[in-house]
Design a protein around this ligand. Structure first.
Ligand code: SAT
Ligand code: MN
Length: 605
């Protein structure tokens, strides 16, 4: 145990001491980020029955956790942006007055760590020596969090060294909210608080994060959505850069030319799969820089450079298979934490959509016996996860930790749109691209409580759950950034849609590795090659501009994928108008002008 601080940072020490007084833990440990520390924590988790060691031969250094059935995903209705003024949080965030919220939460934190250890995790989002990286310090009473943070971020003494005696850090406070009485233990159960006591709170002005009551994913691993997106988006606005919910991929042509592309998609659009795609077109190669978050700053040369602030993947297990994403499967062959997947007889893991039948009887994610033939519910929770090290991904790009980042040539924006939206098109310019990005979303497939089937749930830049301030101002920030930059050096902006269907409901596009054909056109467009036609909605691939050699899609289907559906677009215009109304007078005029111009262009032809 490192009870004493391994730092001389006075502000940090005082902050930690204050929280020790409030939370009253039994022990304190400053994480050094070493392998010994990791192994020791794993041993403790296994000894107390919260984690299970998996088959060492099949899954070396892997463990399995089963969470409490009430604590299985991010809780958006308990996630708050507590800005001083309500209007600064905007219409898409939950708001509580910061003073009132801190009072409520302080009452909850009082004594919340009794019977537990208080861990201090110094972590860096991004390579420690990168000028784009930021340091956070997470306090937590969850060993699950410490272990996951060790995979997802760079943790330990080296971060404290970089912080020095007065460096800047984002304070991240976390407690599972389940104090233990003297002699009490978790009895092998995942500790958390009931839903109405959970709070995932952000204080944008003071750049603080307070999380209470949940031990799961983005609620508890505070470097990810809380710091790297909600707080960082505010910092990015103030400092003139971008903190985005984007994958970063490296695309290499058969001639060996390289381009870096980022992509933002709402959840369940296959972001991790795209980041690790295996191209079907000969000679092309995709490598991964990141699968979830991109931090981007302008370099001295005027180009936009991106780093992946994370060091691992917190990927959805369900549906990941040798077919859908073999590279992700390899990444979780070793040194992986699995959460809420099924456990096989020989202590391996299984989930629905893994590409093979369940091998006999399993233990499901709730810890009960499970058999495919009689099961009434899945063995793995639909939001089951693997936490895998990026370095174990076979296609991780060698430069993924380059401190200066990689220069971005293109942004892709997409959603699940069975109708209207074509396979791919390019914006006329930056502001038109921002307009396109501000309208992305996915069609509702299952009957949601509040929305009709066929309705599009808009998720601008895939940032609705992650923007730490008013989204109207966020659009303005995007516009300003592009207007100030050298237009020739800005990334080109594309809309993509892998999910187009026929009227009869048949997929028009095979997706997965075949998406490389679209990436190829994007690549060519970035060099002002690749033929395109100007249409009312943007530049679309000219006939035959998409390489279809060896592709099993009929000419008719290709035509449909790349045509403009007039009725669909008329409906789209109306839906965008409704969507924009949400932002009131904070919607930048440039965007309402874009909508008017699009409508006019569509009417003209
Ligand atoms: O749980 S996380 O927020 O980290 C993942 C997700 O919900 O996208
Ligand atoms: Mn995400």
């Amino acid at each position: 145990m490192n009870e004493k601080p391994i730092t001389r940072h006075k502000k940090l020490i005082a902050w930690v001491e204050e929280w020790i007084r409030i939370c009253q833990p039994d022990n304190v440990h400053w994480c050094d980020g070493s392998q010994e520390e990791y192994d020791h924590l794993v041993k403790e988790e296994i000894a107390c029955g919260v984690a299970k060691k998996l088959n060492e031969k099949k899954r070396p250094d892997c463990i399995l956790y089963r969470s409490d059935p009430s604590d299985v995903a991010r809780v958006e209705n308990r996630t708050y942006i507590a800005s001083e003024k309500q209007e600064d949080a905007g219409p898409t965030n939950n708001w509580i007055d910061p003073k009132a919220l801190k009072k409520t939460m302080l009452d909850l934190y009082k004594g919340s760590m009794k019977g537990r250890t208080f861990y201090v995790i110094p972590f860096s989002m991004g390579p420690i020596d990168s000028p784009i990286a930021k340091i956070g310090i997470e306090i937590t009473d969850s060993r699950y969090v410490v272990l996951n943070m060790q995979i997802m971020t760079r943790v330990g003494t080296k971060v404290l060294e970089a912080l020095g005696e007065d460096g800047e850090f984002v304070p991240c406070m976390h407690s599972v909210g389940k104090p233990l009485a003297r002699g009490e233990s978790d009895h092998g159960l995942w500790p958390c608080a009931p839903l109405d006591k959970k709070y995932i709170s952000h204080f944008p002005e003071t750049r603080e994060i307070w999380s209470y009551g949940s031990g799961y994913g983005g609620n508890a691993l505070l470097g990810k959505k809380c710091l790297a997106l909600r707080i960082a988006s505010v910092q990015a606005r103030d400092e003139g850069w971008l903190a985005e919910h984007m994958l970063i991929l490296k695309l290499t042509s058969p001639e060996g030319k390289v381009k870096y592309i980022t992509g933002a998609f709402p959840s369940a659009c296959g972001k991790t799969n795209l980041a690790m795609l295996i191209p079907t077109i000969p000679g092309w190669q995709v490598e991964t820089i990141g699968d979830d978050i991109a931090w981007m700053k302008f370099g001295k040369d005027g180009r936009l450079y991106a780093i992946n602030p994370e060091a691992g993947f917190f990927g959805v297990a369900t549906g990941t298979s040798e077919e859908s994403n073999p590279n992700a499967m390899r990444a979780c062959d070793r040194e992986t934490i699995f959460t809420n997947v099924g456990l096989t007889k020989d202590n391996d893991i299984w989930w629905e959509g893994m590409g093979m039948d369940a091998p006999g009887k399993l233990i499901d994610w709730k810890g009960n016996e499970w058999e495919a033939s009689t099961a009434t519910a899945p063995a793995a929770h639909p939001n089951s996860r693997f936490t895998a090290r990026a370095k174990n991904c076979p296609v991780i790009a060698p430069e993924w930790e380059d401190p200066k980042g990689v220069p971005i040539s293109a942004f892709l924006f997409g959603g699940r749109r069975p109708s209207a939206i074509p396979l791919v098109y390019q914006s006329f310019d930056w502001i038109h691209g921002v307009f396109m990005a501000s309208c992305i979303g996915s069609e509702i497939t299952a009957a949601a409580l509040d929305l009709k089937i066929g309705t599009v749930r808009r998720d601008p830049m895939a940032m609705i759950p992650f923007c730490g301030y008013h989204m109207g101002d966020y659009f303005k920030h995007w516009i300003k950034l592009g207007t100030k930059a050298d237009a020739n050096k800005l990334p080109k902006i594309f809309s993509v849609n892998w999910f187009r269907k026929t009227r009869e409901g048949k997929w028009l596009w095979p997706g997965y590795g075949e998406n490389s054909r679209v990436l190829k056109w994007v690549f060519e467009r970035c060099d002002d090659e690749g033929s395109a036609v100007k249409t009312p909605i943007g530049y679309m691939p000219a006939p035959n501009a998409i390489d279809t050699t060896g592709l099993n899609v009929s000419a008719d289907d290709m035509k449909q994928l790349l045509s403009i559906d007039r009725e669909g677009w008329a409906r789209e215009i109306e839906m965008i108008r409704e969507h924009y109304a949400r932002f009131g007078n904070r919607l930048p005029e440039e965007l309402s002008d874009q909508l008017i111009a699009l409508e006019a262009r569509l009417k003209k032809v």
